[in-house]
Ligand binder design. Structure first.
Ligand code: G16
Length: 547
């Protein structure tokens, strides 16, 4: 493309998606996220970048998802998906931030500069897959994305309202047709099809009950499960709540993030004692489970719990296949409950890696294992299998003895049921249900694996959250000066105490995590650390109170 044709980049920007705000915006944990009204020019520019990225990748498709996932309705966001369905390569995040923040007048020259820098051949074809969540601001932003793609003569393909993981899946399939068909139907065919297949092999036994209640967070995940529900033929009886009707607001007092952080059941769900409930987040990429006991006390089964369930079952199947040479490992973040890490290393004897928050970091680390199980405690995670692992298991399914073939064939279904591109609430739901069914376990039996240390998460608003820097997978705070020393002092006063702070990459807050031997202690420690953040890192508004 000759530089003169970049004029249209400026013309579209000026006429349709002008930059109306000077607020600096940064590509964070999962793309750009902020108030939807500040995003139109950013999404347009990401349309441009997606085309450049596609050309650098020889015309392979790139994804653009319009979503703010767990954030509340007034927010929105955009993130780019790389050709294998994974998050945008990190070295491009700085380019994305630069392009998002230049003035309209400088957009044409900055675009030309980026093209040169990344050495994009602008004569190549470019494909960009665009999806959005159910937010009322999403269609407008999706239109801005399309304009960005067209401005650089790329070909946009719109998927309408889909879960984030569905779009990741479709991008992967478009670039690797052995993975599946790049459509929503192709997703159902592969993931739900694998679940139905495996259910034929695993009769319902023991305490497992095929009824599952689901909190859809008033978002897209619940809506898609409503489609899937009709095809399940009784293998799983989904009772769906929070599907967006009856005035229910997206992620408001419901959904995976609310349940995990507040440790309370969501509104809008009718509860029965000991009935297991799965809670999804707004764009269907996270899931946590919980149940209420006969005293209405909530018991949470979070991402750590799901990770250990999946890792232990896969380990069992690998043993039954005699494929123990395949290295299985688990990846967590600093938010992982200390009790889960102890259980994984001491009881399951599975190696654990701890990385920074953000699926992009976990995914990357998981790829270093033959079978990498990664989960954030907030319920964002999946399993990835190396080519060697898949090849080995396929061979055993064909050539092993009867028992080996049986285990390998279950594993192959398990792999097909997994969305390996990113954490996926729907795929994870089917994986969990499969393991519980295979073991004949109810939710209380699942809970007995280990006992969580009581924990608490808080948010503190500060003038500039970037005043907080961290090291060692976010477990140590390196600035502002004196904060880590203060945290250490506070933690030393508690039995089994642990705490860390980090700037959020999706909300304008500093997050505080604390755990200790009792809930009272965890709550108090979290509040004390929140006060230290407030005092030393420029807190604004009301100083956090002690419980
Ligand atoms: C996103 C990321 C997750 C991360 C979460 C919170 O989730 O994909 O990896 O844990 O944000 O990040 P932070 O603490 O930096 O705000 P989601 O579900 O909102 O896409």
């Amino acid at each position: 493309m000759p530089p003169s044709s970049l004029r249209v980049v400026y013309a579209f920007a000026r006429e349709m998606h002008p930059k109306t705000s000077d607020v600096f915006i940064q590509y964070g944990t999962a793309g750009f996220r902020t108030k939807a009204i500040l995003l139109e020019h950013v999404v347009y520019r990401m349309g441009l970048l997606a085309v450049i990225r596609s050309r650098v990748k020889n015309g392979r498709a790139i994804g653009m998802m319009i979503t703010a996932s767990h954030n509340l309705e007034p927010d929105n966001g955009v993130k780019l998906i790389d050709p294998d369905g994974e998050m945008l390569e990190q070295s491009w995040e700085e380019i994305a931030t630069r392009l998002a923040n230049v003035s309209d007048n400088d957009l044409e020259s900055t675009t030309a500069q980026v093209i040169k820098e990344v050495n994009a051949d602008m004569s190549l074809k470019a494909a960009v897959f665009i999806g959005m969540d159910t937010r009322y601001t999403s269609p407008r932003l999706a239109a801005a994305a399309v304009h960005g793609v067209i401005a650089l003569k790329g070909t946009p393909k719109e998927f309408g309202i889909v879960t984030t993981p569905m779009l990741h899946f479709c991008v992967k399939c478009r670039n690797d047709n052995t993975y599946g068909t790049p459509t929503e139907e192709g997703y159902y065919e592969k993931i739900v099809g694998a679940f139905k297949n495996i259910r034929q092999k695993l009769p319902v036994t023991g305490e497992y009950n095929t009824t599952l209640y689901v909190d859809g967070a008033n978002g897209v995940g619940g809506k898609k499960l409503n489609i899937i529900k009709k095809t399940l033929d009784g293998e799983l009886d989904l009772v769906l709540y929070n599907l967006g009707g009856n005035g229910g607001k997206l992620n408001l007092n419901c959904g995976a993030d609310f349940v995990k952080v507040s440790q309370k059941p969501p509104v809008g769900v009718e509860h029965a004692p000991f009935q297991r409930v799965a809670s999804l987040d707004g764009d269907g990429d996270r899931i946590v489970y919980y149940y209420l006991d006969d005293k209405e006390k909530m018991h949470l089964l979070d991402g750590d719990r799901i990770a250990t369930l999946l890792a232990s079952y896969i380990t069992e199947l690998l043993k039954a296949c005699y494929a123990e040479e395949l290295r299985l490992g688990l990846v967590q973040t600093a938010y992982a409950n200390g009790a889960s890490t102890k259980y994984i290393t001491e009881d399951l004897k599975v190696p654990v890696t701890c990385v920074k928050t953000g699926v992009k970091h976990l995914h990357h680390a998981a790829l270093s294992y033959d079978v990498g199980v990664y989960f954030e405690a907030n319920g964002h995670g999946t399993v990835v299998y190396s080519e060697l692992a898949k090849k080995t298991i396929r061979k055993i399914a064909e050539e092993g003895d009867v028992e080996q073939r049986k285990a390998a064939s279950l594993l192959l279904n398990f792999i097909d049921m997994t969305n390996e591109t990113v954490g996926d609430a729907i795929s994870d739901l089917f994986l969990v249900e499969t393991v519980l069914c295979a073991r004949g376990h109810n939710v209380r039996q699942w809970m007995t694996a280990y006992t969580d240390l009581p924990c608490r998460q808080l948010k503190v608003t500060v003038q500039d959250r970037n005043a907080i820097s961290t090291a060692d997978a976010e477990r140590v705070c390196t600035s502002p000066e004196g904060l880590q020393t203060r945290i250490n002092e506070l933690v030393s006063g508690y039995k089994s105490g642990r705490s860390f702070v980090r700037p959020s990459g999706t909300e304008d807050v500093v997050r505080v995590y604390a755990e200790a031997d009792t809930q009272e202690s965890a709550d108090k420690l979290a509040a004390e650390v929140a006060q230290a953040v407030f005092d030393l890192a420029g807190g604004v508004g009301e100083r956090p109170k002690l419980p």
